[in-house]
Each structure stands twice: as C-alpha cells, then as structure tokens.
Design a protein around this ligand. Structure first.
Ligand code: ADP
Length: 352
C-alpha cells in the first residue's frame, strides 16, 4: 500500500511529515516528495516554519532541480579574472566561512552582480564560490521563472528562498537576472511579472536584514536593463570581461592537457592567442573542441574506418588545426557590445 518512510521522532512529535505541512493529506504526496520534505525537517522532526505553507511539489522541485549538491568548480578551474576572484574571496567567501568576524562594520553585502559578455565564466564563479565556501548552491535561470513557471513564479521564488534558508550557508545564483529585475516597462509590463519581481525583492530584503547566511548572485549580459531598485540591492557589481591573452592560453593548455592531447609549442600558443583576440572563454572552449577534431578528421580522410581507428593512428593537435577551427568558430561578442559593458562598468561597477 502506502509506503511511509521512517520518521525521526523527538519525544512528543509523532505522525508523519505530511501532517505538518499545512494539512495536506497523505495521499496527495508521493514517496519522493515525502522523502524530500523529511530531509528538510529540523532536529525536532518538524518542517521549518518557512516551508510549512509552501507547496510540497515546489519544495521538491527546488531540492531536486535547482539545488546543486556538487557544484564541482574550484578557483583553479577558472582562467584569469584575478580581480574578480580577489573581490569575491574578500566579500563573499571569508564572510561565509567566518560569520563571527564579518559583523557590524564588516558585515558583507548580500547581493553580488556579475555582468559582462556571455561565456566569460560568471556561472563558473558562482559555482566556485559555493565550492570554496562550502555552501549549498542554487541555480535558477530567471527567464525560466517568467516563461516555464508562468503564474507560479512567485510561489517558486518563495520556495527557493525558503529551502535556501534551511540549507545555510547558501548561494543563490540567478542567471539572466535582467529578465526578472528589468526596468519597469511602464504600461506594457504584465501584472504577473510585476508581482514576481516584487516577491523577489521582498525575499531579498528579508535576508538582508536577517542574520541569514545567504548570498544572492545575479548574472547578466544586459546590465543596462536593470533598474535602480535592483542595482541598490546588488551592492557589489563586478565586471567579468573577455579573457586576456594569458587566460586564453591557459584555457587551451588546460583543456588539451586534461585529455593528454597537449603537444603545442610556446610559439604555437602565442600564435593562437594573437588569432583569438575578442574570443570569450566559451568561444575558446568551442575552438579547442573543433581543433581537436582535426587529427580525427584527417585519419578518416586517409581511409581508416572509424570502428578500426586506434588512438595511436591520430597525430597530435597542431596550430594548423586551430587555424582551420578559427574558420568555423567565430567570436560571439562584438566590439560594440564591449563598449556598452565598459561604459556601464564605469558608471555603476565596483572598480576595486
Ligand atoms: P557565463 O555564465 O559567463 O555565460 P559560463 O561560466 O557558463 O559563462 O562559461 C561557459 C563555459 O565557458 C564554461 O563551462 C567554461 O568551459 C568556459 N569558460 C568561460 N570562461 C572561462 C574561464 N574564465 N576559465 C575557464 N573556462 C571558461
């Protein structure tokens, strides 16, 4: 029949978790939802206050889809961006590791904005923060709140902040935050997206004044769309620019070395860096992928069958492979766009 998982019972509290989440009857919850709620119960076996009036399926969605149990990115995986790493360490990681020291005058801001062209490592930084600060990482794309969760976005936002407060220290990473906190579109703005935005700002306000260890990181490629209220709450705003020449070299070397394919000379690497001015980190990754196909394509052209191909039959990846790949993989960010970021950085960015 109806499986009831074992309940941590603390003296008086008995029964199962479903009786403590706003009167939902047993039958409305399936086993996975119930198991998920059990995991969020406190030492007293009770569901925390904040979660009691939330819909169980949304809590489950946050726990299973939005919460990332193993972000698996370290600082060392991120090329360049020394300035951003330094700021983030001081502003975010130390306070999460030592909340007792970072109080009063030293209390950190609770909102961080990472802005810049797409594919430059903003999401990686978010994950690395969670990894380095031993915090739970929550990732949500704001555009999914407005598209996939139409009409339910507000409830999901409440569930997100609710679960995060039970999983402290926590980092909530909101990708494409501009689509949530954009400047009011005076007449055209939908009632539902206005409510969603208000709910989001209320939740942010809530943990700002509380003593909670929750950090909100917003990422955007369109910082100019954020309104004043959003800027005010995201107190630290870091520009994440395109990778420098050294960072591009590092990405090429690192990706090829991981697969044991690195045989390029220093001169080759220099040449690749010169040819990839304006490429983002993710463009570089695509370039390396394409270049590393060169030896394989050549072996197949010479008539070796793919099923019989041995690794030894393939030559190493050369500069020529990169030159060929450059015809296929073009930079995704235009000079024009870069100017916009730099302007916005001058006006609103945290320069130190
Ligand atoms: P963003 O969030 O800025 O759009 P991501 O952090 O998702 O970009 O990066 C996309 C991919 O590009 C990463 O998974 C990584 O492979 C590569 N990448 C981007 N920037 C860097 C970087 N600074 N160092 C190493 N890899 C990078």
């Amino acid at each position: 029949g109806n499986f009831v998982p074992p309940i941590r019972s603390n003296g008086g509290s008995s029964g199962n978790v479903t009786s403590r989440i706003g009167g939902k009857s047993d039958d409305t919850l399936d086993d996975s939802t119930r198991a998920c709620l059990e995991m969020l119960c406190g030492p007293d076996g009770e569901l925390p206050e904040k979660l009691r009036n939330l819909e169980p399926r949304l809590i489950e969605h946050v726990s299973n889809e939005i919460m990332d149990r193993d972000p698996n990115v370290r600082w060392d995986d991120i090329a360049g961006l020394e300035h951003a790493k330094k700021c983030v360490t001081e502003m975010v990681i130390w306070p999460l590791l030592r909340p007792d020291i970072f109080r009063g005058c030293r209390s950190p801001g609770r909102g961080l904005l990472l802005f810049g062209p797409p594919g430059t490592g903003k999401t990686m930084i978010g994950k690395a923060i969670a990894g380095e600060a031993k915090a739970t990482f929550f990732y949500i794309s704001a555009s999914s709140l407005t598209s996939k969760w139409i009409g339910e976005g507000e409830k999901l936002v409440r569930a997100l902040f609710g679960v995060a407060s039970c999983r402290q220290p926590a980092v909530i990473f909101v990708d494409e935050i501009d689509s949530l906190l954009s400047q009011r579109k005076s007449e055209g703005e939908h009632e539902s997206s206005r409510r969603l935005k208000t709910q989001f700002l209320i939740e942010m306000e809530g943990f700002d004044i509380g003593s909670e260890q929750i950090l909100l990181i917003g990422a955007t490629n369109r910082p100019q769309e954020l309104d004043e209220a959003a800027r005010r709450r995201l107190t630290k705003r870091l520009y994440i620019p395109l990778p420098s020449s050294e960072a591009r070299a590092w990405i090429v070397r690192n990706l090829l070395e991981k697969d044991g394919l690195f045989k390029l000379s220093e001169e080759d690497i220099d040449a690749i860096c010169k040819l990839t001015e304006g490429y983002s980190g993710s463009d570089m990754k695509n370039l390396v992928k394409d270049a590393s196909m060169g030896p394989l394509r050549e072996a197949l052209r010479q008539g070796i069958e793919i099923t019989k191909l041995k690794k030894e039959d393939m030559r190493s990846v050369t500069l020529q492979d990169f030159e060929n790949a450059l015809q296929e993989v073009r930079p995704s960010v235009s000079l024009n766009e870069l100017g916009t970021y730099e302007e916005w950085n001058k006006q609103f960015g945290s320069l130190s």
